[in-house]
Design a protein around this ligand. Structure first.
Ligand code: FAD
Length: 304
């Protein structure tokens, strides 16, 4: 897809990639400047319960909180979700990611463009792009582990990574040498579900709709949630349950569609054999400036 001037003209903004720590720093600075938020670090929530109009939160250090409005933004393995909606459990398929950034100059000449490049293969892919104005190069290598089991966590090892990428094109093999091998990220998503709210509590972000990263949308959808939730709370400042209900209604179909599309996209990019040849022929025939397949994602702001 062409992310140049035509994209900007069509959607009114640039397609941007950034380091997640830069995004978090910008958000944290804005929170600090607002003076409206009390930040409490090193508190681990262990349980949440609803008692009438009140949500009760327990932390591992014994601290407890009571509130008329609780927002569970605690990610993929959310304790708030587990406490209030125990049937929604993230599931994996055996895919795992190794990723990280390196100084841009460490990359080979072939990899030094400014494009977002996705190399796809049979149950593997590598994505790479420059961030922080070309200072760093980000890479994520994903593959399907043959050792995958649901009852243990010792699959998706570095030696499996090397094996999965053993037969890739030389440019991918070279780039792979620069992929950080110190942390492994098993991939899991949630089956779309609702409700996300119970009385004075609501889920947002990955806690509500954890998704595969194949559409690069998890954090984007979490940010859209935050903007929409702020608007719903401003519309119903004295009635959080109604604000949460409004929020869920505005967001749930959109995020469910992103979750399901990410799953499908993951299936397509990981095709092998004849299916991969069919995919390649279809993609080759596409006009890179035809944005009709992503209009719903990038142009629809009906959730606001
Ligand atoms: C490999 C990979 C690549 C990705 N690439 C992209 C991408 O390109 N674009 C994109 O938009 N998204 C991407 N994502 C998805 C993105 O990282 C997530 O969707 C996003 O971080 C979700 O934000 P969140 O705030 O909902 O949850 P999180 O970022 O997980 O934040 C949850 C917070 O809650 C805290 N927390 C958790 N449990 C507790 C507890 N019990 N008590 C107290 N605090 C707790 C955590 O410490 C954390 O600070 C990717 C994800 C992965 C794994």
């Amino acid at each position: 897809m062409d992310l140049g001037p035509e994209f900007v003209e069509r959607f009114g903004y640039r397609y941007m990639v950034m380091h997640r720590s830069d995004l978090l720093e910008a958000l944290l600075n804005a929170v600090r400047r607002s003076g409206l938020v009390a930040l409490e670090n090193n508190r681990c929530v262990t349980a949440v319960a609803i008692d009438g109009e009140v949500a009760k939160v327990e932390c591992s250090d014994g601290t407890t909180f009571e509130t008329y409005s609780l927002v569970g933004a605690d990610g993929n393995m959310s304790v708030v979700r587990k406490s209030l909606f125990d049937s929604a459990v993230p599931q994996g398929q055996g895919y795992v990611v190794y990723r990280g950034t390196v100084p841009f100059q460490n990359m080979t000449e072939d990899a030094k463009g400014d494009a977002i490049v996705l190399y796809v293969g049979d149950a593997v892919h590598l994505i790479q792009y420059p961030i922080r104005g070309g200072e760093l190069y980000n890479q994520a290598a994903t593959f399907l582990s043959k050792m995958y089991r649901t009852d243990c966590d010792d699959w998706g090892t570095v030696s499996e990574l090397e094996e999965a990428f053993a037969d890739v094109a030389p440019i991918v093999a070279q780039s792979l040498q620069c992929v950080d091998r110190s942390i492994r990220w098993p991939l899991r998503d949630l089956e779309p579900f609702r409700p996300w709210r119970r009385g004075p509590a609501v889920l947002i972000g990955d806690a509500a709709h954890a998704m595969y990263q194949y559409m690069a949308q998890g954090a984007c959808q979490a940010l859209e949630d935050a903007v929409t939730l702020a608007k719903c709370l401003a519309d119903h400042p004295h009635d959080p349950p109604t604000a949460f209900s409004d929020f869920e209604q505005r967001r749930v179909l959109r995020t469910s569609r992103v979750q399901l599309t990410a799953r499908n996209f993951g299936e397509v990019i990981h095709y092998g054999g004849l299916a991969a040849e069919v995919r390649d022929a279809i993609l080759r025939a596409r006009n890179p400036r035809d944005y009709s397949h992503v209009e719903w994602l990038y142009a629809d702001h009906g959730y606001l």
